[in-house]
Design a protein around this ligand. Structure first.
Ligand code: SF4
Ligand code: SF4
Length: 56
Protein backbone atom coordinates (compact mmCIF):
# COMPACT_ATOMS: atom_id res chain seq x y z
CA UNK A 1 0.00 0.00 0.00
CA UNK A 2 1.01 3.59 -0.51
CA UNK A 3 -0.27 7.13 -0.17
CA UNK A 4 -2.27 8.28 -3.19
CA UNK A 5 -2.73 11.60 -4.99
CA UNK A 6 -6.26 12.43 -6.12
CA UNK A 7 -7.70 14.51 -8.94
CA UNK A 8 -7.74 17.53 -6.62
CA UNK A 9 -4.01 17.91 -7.29
CA UNK A 10 -3.18 21.24 -8.92
CA UNK A 11 0.34 20.10 -9.87
CA UNK A 12 2.08 22.69 -7.71
CA UNK A 13 4.98 20.28 -7.24
CA UNK A 14 5.70 21.05 -3.59
CA UNK A 15 5.11 17.49 -2.40
CA UNK A 16 7.84 16.02 -4.59
CA UNK A 17 10.54 17.83 -2.63
CA UNK A 18 9.24 16.62 0.73
CA UNK A 19 9.42 12.90 -0.03
CA UNK A 20 12.52 11.30 1.54
CA UNK A 21 12.56 8.44 -0.95
CA UNK A 22 11.69 10.42 -4.10
CA UNK A 23 8.50 8.45 -4.71
CA UNK A 24 6.59 11.43 -6.16
CA UNK A 25 6.79 12.45 -9.80
CA UNK A 26 4.76 14.43 -12.32
CA UNK A 27 2.21 12.21 -14.02
CA UNK A 28 0.04 12.72 -17.08
CA UNK A 29 -2.85 14.56 -15.44
CA UNK A 30 -1.44 15.23 -11.95
CA UNK A 31 1.41 14.24 -9.68
CA UNK A 32 1.70 10.56 -8.81
CA UNK A 33 3.18 8.40 -6.05
CA UNK A 34 5.11 5.25 -6.90
CA UNK A 35 3.44 2.43 -4.97
CA UNK A 36 6.64 0.42 -4.86
CA UNK A 37 8.76 3.26 -3.51
CA UNK A 38 6.50 4.99 -0.94
CA UNK A 39 7.33 4.09 2.68
CA UNK A 40 4.11 5.65 4.06
CA UNK A 41 5.83 8.30 6.15
CA UNK A 42 3.05 10.85 5.55
CA UNK A 43 5.34 13.83 5.01
CA UNK A 44 3.87 14.70 1.61
CA UNK A 45 0.25 14.73 2.79
CA UNK A 46 0.92 17.34 5.46
CA UNK A 47 2.21 19.85 2.94
CA UNK A 48 -0.32 19.61 0.15
CA UNK A 49 -2.26 22.92 -0.13
CA UNK A 50 -5.41 21.26 -1.48
CA UNK A 51 -5.40 18.06 0.58
CA UNK A 52 -5.04 15.87 -2.49
CA UNK A 53 -2.81 13.27 -0.83
CA UNK A 54 -4.62 10.55 1.09
CA UNK A 55 -3.36 7.82 3.38
CA UNK A 56 -3.74 4.17 2.38
FE1 SF4 B 1 7.01 9.89 0.00
FE2 SF4 B 1 6.27 9.59 2.53
FE3 SF4 B 1 4.58 10.66 0.76
FE4 SF4 B 1 5.17 8.07 0.60
S1 SF4 B 1 4.05 9.09 2.30
S2 SF4 B 1 5.10 9.50 -1.12
S3 SF4 B 1 7.32 8.06 1.26
S4 SF4 B 1 6.53 11.54 1.47
FE1 SF4 C 1 -0.49 18.04 -6.19
FE2 SF4 C 1 -0.67 18.51 -3.58
FE3 SF4 C 1 1.59 17.56 -4.60
FE4 SF4 C 1 0.89 20.07 -5.08
S1 SF4 C 1 1.43 19.20 -3.07
S2 SF4 C 1 1.68 18.58 -6.61
S3 SF4 C 1 -1.36 19.88 -5.23
S4 SF4 C 1 -0.41 16.51 -4.56
Amino acid sequence: MAYKIGDECISCGSCAGTCPVEAISEGESHYEISEDTCVECGACAAGCPVGAIVAP
